[in-house]
Design a protein around this ligand. Structure first.
Ligand code: ADP
Length: 497
């Protein structure tokens, strides 16, 4: 059962950085404006944060431009860059608990997950890309003639990066890690719901020796600061994570301005397929994790749970029992599995989807309402008898609402799982290697997790098919996003030699 929501626990951290980080200094917005960032547990103000607009984005881009064109960063030896990244990772690790507390305060996710999963993953990822810094090199290319041909892999320039609120620091790391390792400079815009933790982490990069202007962080809203970054003529590359609708907007802004290349990590409606041979207890637990992790606020959430008809009834009973046992409460309390949703917009949207589910005839097994009367807590909710054409099975809910659908055979479930505009991820639960092989090849998605879910190793590429995105982040693949290839051709004077 859900724990009672009591008086919010006071976080063991102070908010130190609320200004924009431009050219190595914390500064106010040019307009002097600020906006409040709210505690999702209560809806109360945590801090007022400088609100960047286009003139601030201009200042930040000018600093990044200068740091790229004239600064030491892209010209430093790769080994020097590597050492700075490694020092930054060490500092973040040292401040793990404060950063985790800020993350939980601003976002609402369980502190234990911030402290034991998200910050360690950030550290691991920065070390991973530090490792790449001195291993990036081009090729010697054989040509049809007396030429010496080689390729240089050069940093692309100023990277504009726009990130969401669901994993503020992990998204920060996925963006800055590869960009810095390759020698680029950055203007990063955080999500307006969660500006705090990235400012803290960026400050530690400066402390680690990152030259001023290499990493600039602008807090602010999408249509103002975000759009200014996406359409900036001096930004050489754009990386965006957020909703599919906003992805279309930024791609258009990039095309209309200077045709900067864009990578996009967008929405999803990922199937989690439980086959007839599956161990049901394990499948229930993993399907529960696949959907409810991070308050259901994952782009890759397993939000269409397809269960074989032979085990469907048993699965639904057990999935309901598991959701009823989910511990919801103040994310600073030990043992909490689920905190509040991020804000009132998302909270209202999720409750609206729960109503659509009921109205369209799905069976509400458990949950279905808010929890308590303060903040943005929602009961873990499970629907059975969900049909493919219901809105809850087609659209991204981004909340703790599990939809369980029934299937008969593999061909059918492949067709249904692929019948979506999204293609981010899928889960496959089976003991049969042939079934696993068929599904992994037939599903049109960027990641298939077989008998696991949400395994986010730094080395494993992540990204979407179809309208779930363009390009891949993490792993070696992400380096490509931040490098230009220059072919250098010169004639050989004496080909006989
Ligand atoms: P969500 O609906 O989950 O908040 P969004 O895609 O709107 O997802 O937000 C992801 C990021 O994109 C945030 O940093 C947000 O400020 C930014 N953003 C929103 N609208 C725009 C826009 N028109 N141009 C650029 N960035 C935007």
């Amino acid at each position: 059962t859900a724990a009672a929501i009591e008086e919010p626990i006071k976080p063991a951290v102070q908010v130190e950085y609320t200004q924009l980080l431009i050219d190595g200094k914390f500064v106010d917005a040019a307009s002097g404006k600020t906006f409040p960032t709210l505690d999702p547990r209560t809806g109360e103000v945590i801090a007022h944060v400088a609100e960047g607009h286009s003139e601030d984005v201009d200042r930040a881009v000018a600093a990044a431009r200068k740091a790229f064109d004239h600064g030491p960063w892209p010209k430093m030896t790769a080994y020097e860059r590597q050492k700075i990244l490694l020092r930054a990772a060490d500092l973040i690790e040292k401040h793990n608990d404060e950063i985790a507390a800020l993350e939980t305060w601003d976002n609402g996710k369980p502190y234990e997950q911030s402290a034991k999963i998200e910050i360690p993953m950030l550290v691991r990822l920065i070390r991973y890309y530090a490792g790449w810094a001195d291993k990036i090199h081009g090729l010697t290319v054989p040509a049809d003639g007396p030429y010496h041909v080689q390729t240089l892999h050069e940093p692309i320039g100023v990277a504009g990066q726009i990130i969401p609120w669901n994993f503020p620091l992990l998204m920060f790391a996925w963006k800055v890690g590869p960009a810095l390792a390759c020698g680029n400079t950055i203007v990063l815009k955080t999500a307006e719901q969660t500006p705090l933790s990235a400012l803290y982490a960026a400050k530690l990069f400066l402390e680690a020796g990152l030259p001023p202007g290499v990493l600039n962080v602008v807090s602010g809203f999408g249509p103002t600061a975000g759009a200014a970054l996406a359409s900036h003529m001096e930004v050489d590359k754009l990386a965006f994570t957020g909703s599919t609708d906003t992805g279309k907007v930024v791609l258009e802004l990039a095309a209309k301005s200077n045709l900067k290349p864009v990578t996009l990590e967008l929405g999803g409606k990922s199937p989690f397929i439980v086959c007839e041979d599956a161990d049901i207890d394990q499948a229930v637990e993993l399907a529960h994790f696949a959907l409810f992790f991070n308050q259901g606020q994952c782009c890759c959430a397993g939000s269409r749970t397809y269960v074989h008809e032979s085990v469907y009834e048993e699965f639904v009973e057990k999935a309901k029992a598991r959701a009823l046992k989910r511990v919801v409460g103040d994310p600073f309390k030990g043992g909490i599995e689920q905190g509040p949703q991020i804000d009132s917009d998302q909270f209202e949207k999720i409750l609206r989807y729960i109503r659509y589910g009921v109205e369209s005839g799905a069976t509400l097994e458990t949950g279905g309402d808010r929890l308590g009367n303060k903040g943005f807590y929602i009961q873990p909710t499970v629907f059975s008898n969900v049909k493919d054409d219901m809105r809850i099975a087609k659209e991204e809910i981004f909340g703790p609402v599990q939809s369980i659908l029934k299937f008969k055979d593999l061909g059918e479930v492949v067709q249904r799982a692929n019948n979506t505009r999204y293609g981010l991820a899928a889960g496959v639960f089976t003991k049969n290697i042939d079934t696993a092989n068929i599904l992994t090849r037939a599903l049109r998605v960027g990641t298939v997790w077989v008998n696991c879910f949400d395994t986010f190793d730094a080395a494993i590429p992540f990204g979407g098919y179809k309208m779930s995105g363009q390009g891949r982040e993490k792993g070696e693949y992400s380096l490509k996003n931040y490098l230009q290839v220059k072919a250098v051709v010169n004639p050989l004077k004496n080909p006989a030699w």
